[in-house]
Design a protein around this ligand. Structure first.
Ligand code: ADP
Ligand code: MG
Ligand code: MG
Length: 252
């Protein structure tokens, strides 16, 4: 059983002109087996939330708490967060030239579980996870994200999710740049993950398209660093029809 609890989170980013407050009091609880979609216009702070939970150094938490099963996540190093069971798939995954997919995955798995996975079963597991994402086994010898297409980056991230098996997955714009076939493959991967062991998922998305394949239990609308509205899956349908305009008011 796992619960990720975000309470009144305030986050500033360091810019050339000094710190700028981006998150202005975000409260959100993700329990096992729950999928929460965070939707919102560009620049509303969705990625900032993901980076803050993951521990990116550029984002400074100035108030509030984040706990995973009662443990203070904000006190943990980035590695400790991963070991505690948090997984972040980034909107813009970084290239790691010279590090193969297979070495990268093995290093990550070893860091998280505290021991190296047994080689024979591991190779099988990796090939199985890649195959489920329609990536062939030669993919594992390529450098991480180097020259990957948008679709390959996202499929590789879901293969990681499958192999690393975290408690809670935070997926930032996992649908961006995917054609319909890749979107289906990626969505099936996320659905397998959440159904396998009743895992929690925080799905960040600008568009409602992915929510046809990954059904959220709750939808939160982000505007200007705060949750402006919350509801069930029907809220996504309403956003699909009407966009974010009603939340933006005089700012449009
Ligand atoms: P979203 O993911 O919802 O599009 P972001 O979290 O990426 O929003 O950005 C929220 C706001 O914070 C934007 O105004 C963006 O310009 C600003 N911001 C985010 N990261 C940085 C950064 N590293 N430096 C300066 N501004 C940033
Ligand atoms: Mg954005
Ligand atoms: Mg973003």
């Amino acid at each position: 059983m796992s619960t990720l609890e975000i309470k009144d989170l305030h986050v500033s980013v360091n810019t050339e002109d000094g710190p700028k407050e981006i998150l202005k009091g975000v409260t959100l609880t993700i329990k096992d087996g729950e999928t929460h979609a965070i939707m919102g216009p560009n620049g509303s702070g969705k990625s900032t939330l993901a980076y803050s939970i993951a521990g990116h150094p550029r984002y400074e938490v100035t108030g509030g708490t984040v706990t995973l099963d009662g443990e203070d996540v904000l006190e943990m190093s980035v590695d400790e967060r991963a070991r505690a069971g948090l997984f972040l798939a980034m909107q813009y995954p970084v290239e790691v030239p010279g590090v193969s997919v297979s070495n990268f995955l093995r290093t990550a798995k070893t860091a998280i579980s505290g021991e190296a996975p047994k080689l024979r079963t591991w190779v099988k597991d990796v090939n199985g996870a890649l195959d489920l994402m329609n990536l062939d086994s030669t993919f594992s010898s390529r450098s991480v994200n180097e020259g990957f297409s948008g679709g390959e980056k996202k499929r590789h991230e879901i293969a990681q999710l499958d192999l690393l098996d975290p408690k809670v997955a935070i997926l930032d714009e996992t649908d961006s740049g995917l054609d319909i076939d890749a979107l289906k493959v990626v969505s099936e991967g996320v659905n397998r993950f959440r159904e396998r062991d009743n895992k929690g998922v925080l799905l960040i998305t600008h568009y409602t398209r992915i929510l046809r394949y990954i059904k959220p239990d709750y939808v939160h609308v982000f505007v200007d660093g705060k949750v402006a509205d919350e509801g069930g899956p029907e809220l996504a349908d309403e956003l699909e029809a009407n966009g974010y305009e009603k939340y933006l008011g005089s700012k449009v």
